[in-house]
Ligand binder design. Structure first.
Ligand SMILES: Cc1cc2nc3c(=O)[nH]c(=O)nc-3n(C[C@H](O)[C@H](O)[C@H](O)COP(=O)(O)O)c2cc1C
Length: 350
């Protein structure tokens, strides 16, 4: 039976367990140059020490105006590669595999003088109105994603994640609410995402899987639902996606930000799991489930019940870098504990 500590293999990606640290922006670049700092190094390597099987580096953007804030990571320049490579090496030394989320914020680029988007529709009343990308700029954007992925591969990552969720650029293209274009990228709402996927794959070794993060449902009035996300995910799978990382929302003022909180839909435990499970079983594709899965017994059940192949623990791992080690202790599973920490965890048995 599959549990949190069953190894996972897909193509050349071999994970020691099924615990994923999902991408979480740190807004901690010091010089607005998109280069990872010592903070990023410690932040990611400490989660590797803490036993995560796969660590996905936060939203890392393909151009300066594709950042949410000027303090986000970037991947538009070769100068950004060495600091990322150092993080990857550090995580590898402690047994974790590393992915990176390649992204563009589109109309949600808060520090851009004029953000760009599929159509000139602002995020909300306070947002700087974006301008519509020309057809040539859309094609140039796909090229920027291609180059970003090539740099990430050079940095030594084991897997690439494309950010197609939370109302960022790829999501803006496949959502009927934010893409009113009349060119080919508006006639087929999945065309931009599919071309980005193919561009990404062209730079990845054949054995390296591609993850795509999606919002499987929107929370704004008139937003798309599961039937639609199954359709666009099918197109993305055909274009080359190997694993879907299933989130929700972020597209507009109702579901502001990546996390639905308070009264908004989805504040209960495991709230996105039924969507992950539907994508997995309808499209016959591996999925990562995420969203309030902090209780090890719950995260473990999602895997045991075959609702997902991997589980991501976001805020739980921000609070506790050793989430995976503690989960193993709670579930009485074997896992590698760093030798200097051996005496702080109870001995486990299978
Ligand atoms: C501080 C913070 C930053 C985040 N940044 C990103 C991001 O860069 N990319 C992304 O796809 N999701 C981002 N998220 C969403 C998380 O990856 C995750 O999907 C969300 O927190 C729900 O999982 P949880 O309940 O385990 O925290 C962020 C969440 C937090 C708390």
């Amino acid at each position: 039976m599959t549990d949190l500590f069953t190894p996972y293999t897909l193509k050349d990606l071999k994970l020691k367990n099924r615990v994923v640290m999902p991408p979480m922006c740190q807004y901690s670049v010091s010089n607005k140059d998109g280069i990872a700092t010592d903070w990023h190094y410690m932040h990611y390597v400490s989660r590797a020490v803490g036993g995560a099987g796969l660590i996905i580096i936060e939203m890392t953007d393909v151009e300066p105006d594709g950042r949410i804030s000027d303090f986000d990571l970037g991947i538009w320049s070769d100068e950004q590669i060495p600091a990322l490579a150092r993080i990857v090496e550090g995580c590898h030394a402690y047994g974790a595999k590393v992915g990176i989320q390649i992204a563009h914020a589109g109309r949600k680029a808060e520090d851009a003088a004029v953000p760009v988007a599929p159509s000139a529709i602002p995020f909300d009343a306070n947002a700087t109105p974006p301008r519509e990308l020309t057809n040539a700029e859309v094609k140039a954007m796909i090229e920027k994603f291609r180059q970003g992925v090539a740099r990430a591969v050079k940095a030594g990552v084991d897997v690439i994640e494309l950010h197609g969720a939370h109302g960022y650029l790829i999501h803006q293209f496949h959502s009927p609410l934010t893409n009113l274009r009349t060119d080919e990228y508006g006639q087929d709402l999945t065309r931009f995402g599919s071309e980005v996927i193919r561009a990404a794959k062209s730079q990845m070794p054949a054995g390296m899987p591609l993850i795509m993060r999606i919002s499987a449902k929107e929370y704004v009035e008139g937003g798309y639902g599961l039937t639609d996300s199954l359709k666009f995910s099918k197109a993305y799978k055909e274009a080359g996606v190997d694993i879907f990382h299933v989130s929700t929302g972020g597209e507009g003022p109702i579901g502001v930000g990546p996390i639905a909180t308070g009264e908004k839909p989805g504040s209960h435990a495991a709230y996105q799991v039924p969507l992950a499970s539907a994508i997995k079983h309808n499209l016959d594709v591996p999925v990562i489930a995420v969203g309030r899965l902090d209780e090890p017994i719950l995260a473990d059940a999602v895997l045991g019940n075959e609702e997902a192949d991997l589980v991501a623990i976001g805020r739980g791992m921000l609070r506790n870098p050793y989430w995976a080690l503690e989960a193993a202790a709670q579930l009485h599973k074997e896992t590698d504990i760093p030798k200097p920490y051996m005496f702080s965890f109870p001995r486990t048995s299978k």
